[in-house]
Write a protein that binds this ligand. Structure first.
Ligand SMILES: NC(=O)c1ccc[n+]([C@@H]2O[C@H](COP(=O)([O-])OP(=O)(O)OC[C@H]3O[C@@H](n4cnc5c(N)ncnc54)[C@H](OP(=O)(O)O)[C@@H]3O)[C@@H](O)[C@H]2O)c1
Length: 209
């Protein structure tokens, strides 16, 4: 059985679907109950209280670990989740980190994420670490201002980054969970081309007419 945390989010939803489609037993974890693909078990738990993950982790062989943005700031001790997974018999953990640990390593959340990567490496478990750059889904943050004012606000309109579709991250995560050859892999993940906020705004304008 494979446990997917963040299961109802941008990455977790397609990942849960992909694993279920690959005939894997899947436990989807989020705080709020939500619809999950047929055959998938949903367990409501808060990653800020790792002991509460016990029922989700019981009998699991692998864990996809995705922390919500503010877990480090809350001082929740996400390293305890890795300890809890090991104690539950999980053998493989795929950690969703961030490219920020390389490109902007000095912020407090990036320092905490790098420490969590190190905890996982030293855990004795099999592991893989995914370091994606900016998500294409971040454009959804503009939805309200586009609807209300037809405005996209971005600090650097002509600075592009190779944003990545979260569904592509989910595909990589599924491969790392299912295939032995990714053990010990650290994967920096981006999309295929640099795109600027101005280009994204133009694409949205084109789509909306
Ligand atoms: N956006 C970017 O450009 C970017 C770049 C690199 C890395 N990342 C990383 O990507 C992650 C976000 O991925 P995403 O976009 O797929 O997430 P998302 O769409 O924001 O979804 C978050 C998921 O986590 C669950 N969740 C949130 N807080 C939780 C908690 N305390 N305990 C248990 N479950 C919780 C949510 O469900 P509930 O609310 O029901 O709990 C939901 O299923 C973050 O770790 C972020 O640092 C983001």
């Amino acid at each position: 059985m494979i446990v997917v945390t963040g299961a109802t989010g941008n990455i977790g939803r397609p990942l849960t679907q992909a694993l279920a489609a690959a005939d894997q037993q899947v436990t989807a974890v989020s705080r709020h109950t939500a619809a999950v693909p047929e055959g998938v078990r949903h367990v409501a738990a808060d990653l800020a209280a790792p002991a509460g993950l016990k029922p989700a982790l019981a009998g699991a062989k692998a864990l996809f670990l995705l922390l919500s943005g503010d877990l480090h700031a809350a001082g929740a001790g996400p390293a305890d989740i890795i300890g809890q997974a090991a104690a539950s018999g999980v053998r493989r953990v795929v950690l969703l980190s961030t490219l920020g640990v390389v490109t902007r390593p000095f912020g407090p959340t990036r320092i905490a994420m790098r420490a969590l990567e190190d905890t996982l490496r030293e855990s004795g478990l099999e592991w893989a670490i995914l370091r994606p750059g900016g998500f294409a889904s971040n454009a959804l943050w503009w939805a309200e201002s586009v609807r209300a004012q037809q405005v996209v606000a971005a600090p650097f309109g002509d600075v592009g980054v190779p944003i990545i579709d979260p569904a592509d991250i989910a595909e990589v995560a599924a491969a790392c969970l299912l295939e032995d050859r990714h053990a010990g892999g650290v994967y920096e993940l981006t999309g295929p081309e640099v795109i600027t906020p101005r280009q994204q705004a133009a694409a949205i304008a084109g789509a909306l007419g």
